[in-house]
Write a protein that binds this ligand. Structure first.
Ligand SMILES: Cc1cc2nc3c(=O)[nH]c(=O)nc-3n(C[C@H](O)[C@H](O)[C@H](O)COP(=O)(O)O)c2cc1C
Length: 379
């Protein structure tokens, strides 16, 4: 069966798959451009772009970008978007993922719109003011939510303040990579699993005039995609599977760490952003869990909830420094993010984006698949 096209505002793509944004540096121009070239939506991350183009930014003696303007750098983001579009050859679409919690959020949203992003996807906090930053630009706005209540609040606020609604919404369940929009203990409860949230969010989206719902967090295969489309989703957002591709912008060591991870190595941590963070147990995480505080001062001022290092000091690490170290391939000091299904990637190995998209659209056998996925549906 051919999957249906995905339409979001002025965008129409042949494949209803969005490759989720992955910061720092896991999805930049190469991955996003290659995904878009297949006719899907590729997404670059807007966080920590100063690491991608160090020639443009002021750095400290350890190479860390100084202050949020150098960490989330306007020209670096523009280069990344421009190059992603070149790689895509004009096919698919290119989005930008912006964490709502980053310092200078409004400025970065405007940078993305100015650079010609087709859509902005934004979560880790409710992007209640997003429309005001991109006024005058024809960019689709896609908030990430974890409940129908959050979608309702965004719709009410945007309609009242700006006279517009989200062009689509990503519903992200608690199996995703990175930050989770749930309390730690709720991440494991059946009622908060994606399969049990989809109905209420699809119903809420219908009440506002059929906003397309994109589901994310543990969606793994063609079979999963069909399952969610049958339940009213317009598309899926997937990230973990794209880490094990040649085109993924992460260094090879990142991919090797992921391919070596077992189920019990993938854990949830407290993060300075204020949400649980899913990572792989690597040497730095082992030291952190043993009580070592790895905070080395605040240089980048990367996220507002951290309060210039106050939260980082409490949880024992700076998120920008640690994700920056992972992007630089530092196994000892980096933090390596992955989704809860990341341990299945060893069955996939490192493949080309086109091969992965063929697996996800039912055109090629998927070596990671065996049993039917376990789904506990709460009625
Ligand atoms: C390595 C990695 C980094 C991520 N970084 C971000 C991020 O910076 N912002 C964000 O909104 N989501 C981030 N995510 C979440 C993804 O965009 C996506 O929604 C989610 O991982 C989907 O679930 P899946 O990984 O099970 O496919 C990240 C995920 C991964 C695996």
């Amino acid at each position: 069966m051919n999957l249906p096209k995905l339409r979001i505002r002025h965008i129409e793509v042949d494949i209803p798959i969005i490759q989720g944004g992955m910061g720092v540096g896991i999805s930049w121009e190469r991955l996003a451009g290659s995904v878009a070239a297949t006719g899907a939506i590729g997404v670059v991350s807007a966080v920590g772009t100063g690491y991608r183009h160090p020639d443009l930014v002021k750095r400290d003696k350890f190479g860390r970008p100084v202050g949020s303007i150098n960490t989330h750098h306007p020209e670096a983001l523009k280069r990344i978007i421009r190059e992603a579009k070149e790689i895509s050859g004009g096919r698919g679409a290119i989005g930008v993922n912006i964490l709502a919690a980053i310092t200078d959020y409004g400025r970065v949203a405007r940078d993305a719109a100015e650079a010609g992003a087709d859509l902005i996807i934004s979560g880790a906090g409710l992007p209640l003011s997003l429309p005001q930053y991109v006024e005058g630009y024809d960019v689709a706005l896609v908030p990430i939510v974890s409940s129908a209540r959050a979608l309702n609040l965004i719709c009410r606020t945007w309609e009242r303040r700006y006279g517009r609604l989200p062009d689509a919404v990503v519903l992200e369940g608690p199996k995703s990579g990175g930050h989770q929009g749930f309390k730690y203990e709720d991440c494991f409860k059946p009622e908060f699993q994606l399969e049990n949230l989809v109905h209420s969010v699809v119903e809420e989206a219908k009440r506002w005039g059929d906003i397309p719902v994109i589901v994310a967090g543990g969606v793994w295969s063609y079979r999963d995609i069909l399952w969610y489309l049958e339940r009213g989703a317009a598309g899926v957002q997937m990230a973990t599977r794209f880490v094990a591709t040649h085109e993924c912008d992460a260094p090879l060591i990142y991919k090797e760490i992921v391919l070596n991870a077992n189920e019990e190595d993938i854990i949830l941590l407290k993060s300075p952003v204020g949400y649980p963070l899913r990572v792989i147990k690597t040497p730095f995480i082992e030291r952190l869990l043993a009580g070592v505080n790895g905070w080395n001062g605040c240089v980048s001022n990367c996220v507002t909830p951290c309060n210039r290092g106050e939260e980082a000091k409490k949880v024992g690490f700076c998120i920008a420094d640690r994700l920056g170290a992972a992007w630089l391939g530092n196994y000892e000091e980096g933090i390596f993010i992955i989704g809860a299904n990341g341990h299945l990637l060893k069955k996939q190995g490192i493949v080309h984006v086109k091969e992965l998209i063929d697996m996800l659209t039912g055109k090629r056998p998927d070596p990671t698949l065996d049993p039917e996925p376990k789904r506990v549906t709460v009625s």
